[in-house]
Design a protein around this ligand. Structure first.
Ligand SMILES: [Zn+2]
Length: 383
């Protein structure tokens, strides 16, 4: 009898272990698969049902307390959503829409990276490592990859070396908890990502001129989000006035919004009043939208003279030029050329100028990020 109990226990342990292993492709509790249920939905206070339950489970797993998991969007769930939104740097409105769901997914992926991942077409190693917050070097070592550029869709990678088996002393099979000690800094943006500038480490700053533009800004923001890197957008005042929601989005996603004049005309050589009016208007427009006064100014065409320099000081602005002076992306006729222009000027503390108006920039951006990352650069915004 005793023997039978022992073997039953062993069997139970084994089954549990199998369950854990079979679920471990996404580690931890696993409401992540259900997160897709929230896509396209808008949940707010007093919403009810399965989607709210999923939301509550996800929030709980991420360390937020939504109160009882009862499928009712009550005050405690509201509070948890607001805290999550605040921590993720998105608009704190207590409403769960596409932006919040995207942040939940992003932070989930980093907090509970899967043990294995199968590459999809178009994905590269650095993209996947950035998404799950795992070290590229470690993945290369663990998987015995010879050339990080030579990975293929359908290839399954071990993202984390499996931890030593803890189960099975005397066949008792303690259900190996899928424990994944997650360093706090792997959640969301790493701390210090807005390190003061220039930073002592090998860091680079990507800046985008001439937006916001509905054709490019959202896509650029998505690419930056995918890699989890910050950037600076020097927006043209009149464009910002036209597309305030894009400026808000840049700001809410944690990037820096600088000004690039209101009319986008070179201010060196014009009258002091005209320059002052142009800059002040740009500052006002942006401040109205994001609720904070921009601190950085990039002069159109890089045109500065003594008068504009004085104005910069008076308006308490910091003038930001760029490093890739001759590698400017504007004349580039394809993505390769944009990439080359950036790489030629990549060095610690470099400020890289890119234009939203050049269609090849969008295509080049993921490659720029990956190439720079491969060369050991981190990314930072201005502060
Ligand atoms: Zn410009």
């Amino acid at each position: 009898m005793r023997r039978r109990r022992t073997s039953l226990r062993a069997l139970f342990g084994f089954v549990l272990l199998c369950l854990v292993i079979s679920r471990s492709s996404y580690g931890a509790p696993s409401p992540i698969e259900e997160l897709s249920l929230l896509k396209g939905k808008i949940l707010s206070e007093d919403s009810k049902g399965q989607s709210v339950l999923v939301l509550q489970r996800v929030l709980t797993a991420l360390g937020y307390d939504p109160g009882p998991q009862d499928g009712v969007f009550g005050p405690r769930t509201l509070e948890a959503v607001r805290r999550f939104q605040k921590d993720s740097g998105i608009a704190v409105d207590g409403v769960v829409g596409p932006r919040t769901v995207e942040s939940l997914e992003r932070i989930w992926a980093r907090k509970f990276p899967p043990e294995t991942y199968t590459l999809r077409p178009g994905e590269t190693l650095s993209l996947v490592c950035a998404r799950f917050g795992v070290s590229l070097g470690e993945v290369v070592r663990t998987n015995g990859i010879k050339d990080p550029d030579l990975v293929y869709a359908g290839q399954t990678l071990i993202l984390k070396p499996s931890e030593p088996e803890q189960a099975g002393q005397d066949g008792q099979g303690g259900p190996a908890q899928p424990q994944r000690p997650v360093p706090e800094d792997s959640v969301g943006y790493p701390p210090g990502w807005r390190a003061s500038f220039p930073a002592p480490d090998k860091k680079i700053c990507l800046t985008f001129n001439d937006g916001p533009d509905p054709a490019t800004t959202p896509k650029i923001l998505d690419i930056l989000s995918e890699y989890g890197i910050p950037a600076v957008f020097f927006v043209i005042g009149k464009n910002a006035e036209r597309y305030p929601e894009l400026v808000r989005e840049i700001h809410e996603r944690g990037h820096v919004v600088g000004i690039h004049g209101y009319e986008h005309v070179p201010l060196a050589g014009v009258s002091r009043q005209q320059a002052l009016a142009d800059l002040s208007k740009a500052l006002q427009v942006v401040e109205r939208i994001i609720g904070a006064r921009p601190a950085f100014w990039r002069p159109p065409e890089g045109a500065v003279d003594d008068m504009t320099r004085d104005l910069t000081r008076e308006l308490d602005l910091t003038l930001v030029m760029w490093t890739n002076i001759c590698g400017g992306d504007l004349p580039a006729s394809d993505a390769d050329e944009v990439l080359r222009g950036v790489l030629n000027y990549a060095r610690d503390g470099a400020i890289i100028l890119l234009h939203e108006s050049n269609p090849h920039v969008l295509e080049a951006l993921p490659r720029i990020v990956e190439e720079l990352a491969k060369r050991g650069f981190g990314f930072q915004a201005l502060r």
